[in-house]
Write a protein that binds this ligand. Structure first.
Ligand SMILES: [Zn+2]
Length: 298
C-alpha cells in the first residue's frame, strides 16, 4: 500500500492526515499555531507531524498554506495570520530531514484539487474553485491538472477588478472583487460606512439576514461583484462547474440563490444551459494537500 501525508497550515493550527491513494483518511493529527509562532516552532511542528505520521507506506508529503508563497522554491513568503514567519524554506527543511518528496502550493489551489479528486468537482474536465473566507481565492483544474500560471501565482481571482478606484483591498489596490465579497471586505466596508467594528463575518451575515442597513446593501453589492467575477471566468475559461468553498459558504442560504440568478442574467444564453454554480467545501484542506501528492505521483 502507498500513502500520502497532507498538511494544511492554518492560522490556528496545522492539521495533517495520512491517506491512501483513494483518499481514505486513516490517521490524523494537528499542532497549534498562533500569532506568537516563530520560525523554529513552526518548522519543529512540521517535523513533529511528519515523524508522528510516517510509516513505510509513505511516499510523499503535500503541504498547503495561505499565500503569498513561492511554490517553485518551496518558500512561505508571509502569512497575515502568522506574522512572525517570513520567507520560511519549509520544503527544503522537510526534504533534508526526511529524504522524501515534498510538494507545496497555496490553499486555494489545493481546495481546487481536493474538490476535483474527492468533492463536488469530481473528475470535472474544467473546474473552478472560489474560496470565500478572510479573502477571496481562486483555483482552476483543467483536464485533471492544476493551473499554476507562469511562476505558480495564477488564478488570483479575488483581485480581478470589480470597480476601478473603488473600495480599498487587502492587497493595497482599490476596487478588487475581494474588497466587496470576503470577510475582510465586508467588515472593512461596514466599518467605513458606520464607524462600527463587527467581530466576525457571521455577525455581518446576521445583520444582513435581518435586513439591517447597511449590512444588507453591502451584501447585495458583494453579490453583484461576485456575479461579475463569475461572468468573467465563465466567458474566459468556460468552466463546467464553479464550486464555492471557505467559511462564508456556511451562509450560502442567504446569498446562493440571488448569486446564481444574477450570474444567469449576465452570461451568454448557451452558458446558462450547463454551467453549474455549487456550494462545496466539505473536503478538508489536508485532503486537498494529499491530492497534490497524487497529482505528482501518477
Ligand atoms: Zn486586491
Amino acid at each position: 500500500m502507498k500513502s500520502y501525508l497532507g498538511i494544511d497550515i492554518g492560522a490556528g493550527s496545522i492539521k495533517a492526515s495520512l491517506v491512501d491513494t483513494q483518499g481514505t483518511v486513516f490517521k490524523s493529527t494537528s499542532r497549534a499555531t498562533g500569532v506568537e509562532t516563530d520560525e523554529k516552532q513552526f518548522l519543529d511542528s512540521l517535523c513533529d507531524i511528519v515523524s508522528e505520521m510516517k510509516d513505510d507506506s509513505l511516499i510523499a508529503v503535500g503541504i498547503g498554506s495561505p499565500g503569498p508563497i513561492d511554490s517553485e522554491s518551496g518558500i512561505l513568503i508571509e502569512s497575515a495570520n502568522l506574522p512572525l514567519l517570513k520567507n520560511v524554506a519549509l520544503v527544503d527543511h522537510l526534504k533534508k530531514n526526511f529524504q522524501i518528496p515534498v510538494y507545496y502550493n497555496n490553499d486555494a489551489n489545493l481546495a481546487a484539487l481536493g474538490e476535483y479528486r474527492f468533492g463536488l468537482g469530481k473528475n470535472s474536465a474544467n473546474l473552478v474553485i472560489l474560496t470565500l473566507g478572510t479573502g477571496l481565492g481562486g483555483g482552476w483544474v483543467y483536464q485533471g491538472k492544476l493551473f499554476n500560471g507562469y511562476k505558480g501565482s495564477g488564478m488570483e481571482a479575488g483581485h480581478v477588478t470589480y470597480f476601478p478606484n473603488g473600495s480599498l483591498c487587502g492587497c493595497g489596490q482599490r476596487g478588487c472583487t475581494e474588497a466587496y465579497f470576503s470577510a475582510s471586505g465586508f467588515l472593512h466596508r461596514y466599518k467605513e460606512q458606520t464607524g462600527h467594528t463587527l467581530g466576525s463575518a457571521e455577525e455581518f451575515f446576521d445583520k444582513s439576514r435581518k435586513g439591517e442597513s447597511p449590512a444588507s446593501t453591502l451584501l447585495n453589492e458583494g453579490i453583484e461583484a461576485l456575479a461579475q467575477l463569475c461572468r468573467t471566468l465563465i466567458h474566459t475559461i468556460n468552466p463546467e462547474k464553479i464550486v464555492f468553498t471557505g467559511g462564508l459558504v456556511k451562509s450560502w442560504d442567504l446569498f446562493g440563490n440571488p448569486l446564481r440568478q444574477r450570474i444567469q442574467e449576465i452570461i451568454f444564453p448557451i452558458f446558462r444551459t450547463y454551467t453549474q454554480i455549487l456550494p462545496g467545501g466539505n473536503v478538508s484542506g489536508a485532503l486537498g494537500a494529499a491530492a497534490l501528492c497524487m497529482e505528482n505521483h501518477e
